[in-house]
Design a protein around this ligand. Structure first.
Ligand code: COA
Length: 298
């Protein structure tokens, strides 16, 4: 789909995306690049990173890739420093690397729980921690009239209620949202850095839906999906463009839910016609006072 934003909305910006070589992360890389940003992608698999960089470059987007694991502080430091060395500065950090699998709590080992916490929550914090010097107002490579940089954390809606077989990811994303809010407060105040999140719903053609989505979601049942369709990676990417651009300059500390209203929904417990009828009967009864005197006579 064509973007509703001007193509130069991120012109001159340098963005580093963890998990930026595949899935939603890659679509954000692409849309950021199409809107003028230079892109660095970080991922665990070198072949995936290399192929993402080639695809971005074939679109005319300045791009570079680094293999690395967000669980390793030395990798985070090296990739951030290499990005700045390559492009001269860092404006936008997107934390999109995530681990996930379905498992019931009793079958999940503490190490399995910790693995997802380490990737999603600790990994997000580690990247932010290593990037702060470059993102803060007046940091290396930033001109004196530049504001501070931007952090975007990719979250989820799993933990708003509770989600079957996702205890580890729900806990990890709850921590991510807390990181988003705390950094928005503390680094917004001290360093002029805006920190926001995006919570995608079920997005078609992603590992998330292929691996995790129940059949009702895959087939788009209206009962649990108000808009009756899966989202597209594009929906998340343009939300990211909005938050990373000056269009979002007063948005700080929020996690934008982009899920078509899915997390709010549950099966309709009664057909609409039945509600109307029942409601009339109940209302008539209510208008008759317990004494038997119709309310119109009271
Ligand atoms: N069910 C239960 N436990 C699992 C599991 C599964 N499907 N996958 C991993 N674990 C547990 C392992 O058993 C291990 O715990 P143990 O040592 O107590 O046995 C722990 O998690 C670490 O597993 P390991 O395979 O060593 O971790 P890893 O670092 O190689 O990768 C993931 C783990 C989660 C990152 C891996 O599943 C992955 O790469 N997923 C792809 C990312 C993804 O799906 N992204 C989409 C996000 S929506």
């Amino acid at each position: 789909m064509e973007s509703p934003f001007k193509p130069e909305i991120l012109k001159g910006k340098v963005a580093l995306l963890t998990g930026g070589a595949s899935g939603i992360g890659f679509e954000i890389s692409t849309q950021f690049g199409k809107h003028g940003a230079s892109i660095a992608v970080m991922g665990r698999r070198k072949t995936v990173v290399d192929s993402a960089v080639s695809s971005l470059q074939s679109l005319g987007i300045p791009a570079v890739g680094f293999a690395g694991d967000v669980r390793k502080q030395e990798d985070a430091k090296r990739v951030i420093e290499s990005t700045v060395k390559h492009f001269g500065k860092l404006d936008i950090l997107v934390n999109s690397a995530a681990g996930n699998f379905l498992v019931s709590p009793e079958d999940l080992s503490p190490n399995g729980f910790k693995t997802v916490m380490d990737i999603d929550s600790v990994g997000t914090f580690t990247m932010c921690h290593e990037a702060i010097n470059y993102l803060k107002k007046g940091g290396p490579g930033r001109s004196s009239d530049d504001s501070g940089g931007i952090i975007l954390n990719i979250s989820a809606t799993l933990h708003y209620t509770a989600t079957w077989y996702q205890i580890h990811v729900a806990a990890a994303k709850a921590a991510v949202d807390a990181i988003t809010r705390n950094l928005a407060l503390e680094w917004g105040t001290d360093y002029d850095i805006r920190v926001n999140g995006i919570a995608p719903g079920p997005i078609g053609d992603t590992a998330g839906v292929r691996k995790l989505g129940p059949a009702e979601i895959k087939s788009g049942t209206r009962e649990i999906m108000p808009l009756f369709k899966l989202g597209e990676k594009w929906d998340i990417a343009v939300a990211a463009v909005y938050l990373a651009s000056d269009a979002g300059k007063f948005v700080n500390g929020t996690t934008l839910v982009v899920d078509g209203g899915q997390w709010l929904s549950g099966p309709r417990h009664m057909p609409k016609e039945e509600v109307k009828m029942l409601s009339r009967v109940v209302e008539k009864r209510a208008r008759v006072a317990p004494t038997g005197v119709p309310s119109s006579k009271l």
